[in-house]
Write a protein that binds this ligand. Structure first.
Ligand code: BGC
Length: 393
């Protein structure tokens, strides 16, 4: 933490440093990728039509084949998501074709084409790139195969029947609130003090990332505006902080560059990251730059992955957002039952998730902030998500 006067002086030198950094020294990889056209937050209350409830696919028939398309096995949460969906659907008598696309858009398109060709009667999709599946989604619709969007909204299509996710803006709000409370930003403002902060936000082709950034800034923008928070790189917009495909490596590289280019004389106090994978990258960059427990920053994340939980307990990550993927799978399974048998799925949002074509009826689960004070209670005792042993407790 520094007095604001010092920050102001540094801000002036930062502008000079940035000019040098952006113009020459930094490699192309260090530039934040620009958000592409499909990444804009859907207009609230726009004129997109309400998605219609589909006719049941196989009302009088037991079981059936469900295609489950997941984005990647590179992060633990999706492995859990895929496993949960397979287990819960199989328990209800369905055959499950579970595929992971390893963050490769074309691979995911081919996997979905194969699911259609091999007789899947319903598709559950967590997209690699939410706007890149419109052709294959139209093929599914043409073949009478309903689609459920899993965790990530499917954009620019009328072929999606339901959406199961978390309150994605709420995830961002929870991250922002965590930073605000943990650093007592109101007290810092009163005292004329400030903290340095950098942002590592999610993929521009994932609607969740746009909403998360909106939620974070809904809490933190006022502190950036009045100088209680100082972002020395100047990168606070979604376009400047989004990291394509949620890449841990890119987060690490950006953090290394930020520390070298902007934090040679002053410590980074807060790394506001949107994903546990980013928190791991930031941790590695900080260790490489010689940070220790004495000047370790507050680091946020998302997903409460096992490694993140261990890092929270040993102090190398401060907080995460716990999203119980087992509950999410339960909700998604009720949607599969709805489209297969005409059952009524539980819906708790019919206005927020406008995908530019239809407003998709959604069920949003509630995210929970965790840190070392409530991790055991929330994640182990209440949710049974990990055992105490897995966490080394
Ligand atoms: C999910 C997050 C996850 C991220 C990276 C997002 O769509 O909502 O929970 O951390 O993807 O995998």
């Amino acid at each position: 933490m520094k007095r604001k006067v010092l920050s102001t002086i540094l801000a002036a030198s930062m502008v000079a440093t940035m000019a040098v950094g952006c113009g020459g020294g930094n490699s192309a990889q260090t530039d934040a990728p620009a958000a592409d056209a499909g990444t804009e937050a859907p207009a609230e209350g726009g004129d997109a039509a309400q998605a219609e409830a589909p006719a049941p696919v196989a009302a009088d028939q037991e079981g059936g084949k469900i295609g489950v398309a997941m984005p990647t096995q590179s992060s633990e949460r999706w492995i859990k998501d895929g496993g949960n969906m397979k287990e819960k659907l199989e328990a209800l008598g369905y055959e499950v074709d579970l595929q992971y696309a390893e963050d490769d858009v074309q691979m995911q398109v081919s996997q979905i084409e194969n699911m259609i060709a091999s007789g899947s009667q319903c598709l559950v999709i967590a997209a690699v790139d939410a706007g890149a599946l419109t052709t294959v989604e139209a093929q599914a619709k043409e073949a009478g195969i309903p689609i459920i969007a899993y965790d990530r909204l499917l954009m620019d299509t009328d072929a999606v029947s339901y959406y199961a996710s978390f309150d994605n803006e709420g995830v961002g709000t929870a991250i922002g609130e965590y930073v605000k409370t943990a650093k007592d930003l109101d007290a810092a403002r009163e005292a004329g003090e400030s903290y340095t902060i950098e942002f590592f936000m999610g993929s521009p082709d994932d609607n969740n990332a746009v909403l998360l950034h909106k939620g974070v800034m809904g809490v933190l923008q006022e502190y950036l505006d009045d100088g209680t928070l100082v972002c020395k790189t100047g990168r606070t917009s979604f376009e400047d902080t989004c990291i394509l495909r949620w890449s841990q490596e890119t987060a690490q590289q950006w953090c290394e560059n930020y520390l070298t280019g902007f934090y040679a004389d002053e410590d980074l106090d807060i790394a506001c990251t949107a994903f546990d994978g980013f928190a791991y990258g930031v941790k590695a960059a900080l260790q490489g730059a010689g940070y220790t427990a004495d000047n370790w920053p507050l680091i946020t994340g998302q997903d409460a992955e096992l490694m993140a939980c261990k890092n929270i307990l040993d102090g190398t990550q401060t907080a995460s957002i716990f999203k119980n993927t087992s509950l999410l799978a339960d909700k998604c399974v009720t949607m599969v039952e709805a489209v297969m048998k005409g059952a009524e799925p539980e819906i708790n949002d019919t206005t927020t998730y406008d995908n530019n074509v239809v407003v998709v009826p959604s069920y949003l689960c509630t995210p929970i902030s965790v840190d070392k004070n409530n991790l055991q209670e929330v994640v182990v005792e209440e949710a049974g998500y990990y055992t105490a042993e897995e966490l080394g407790l």
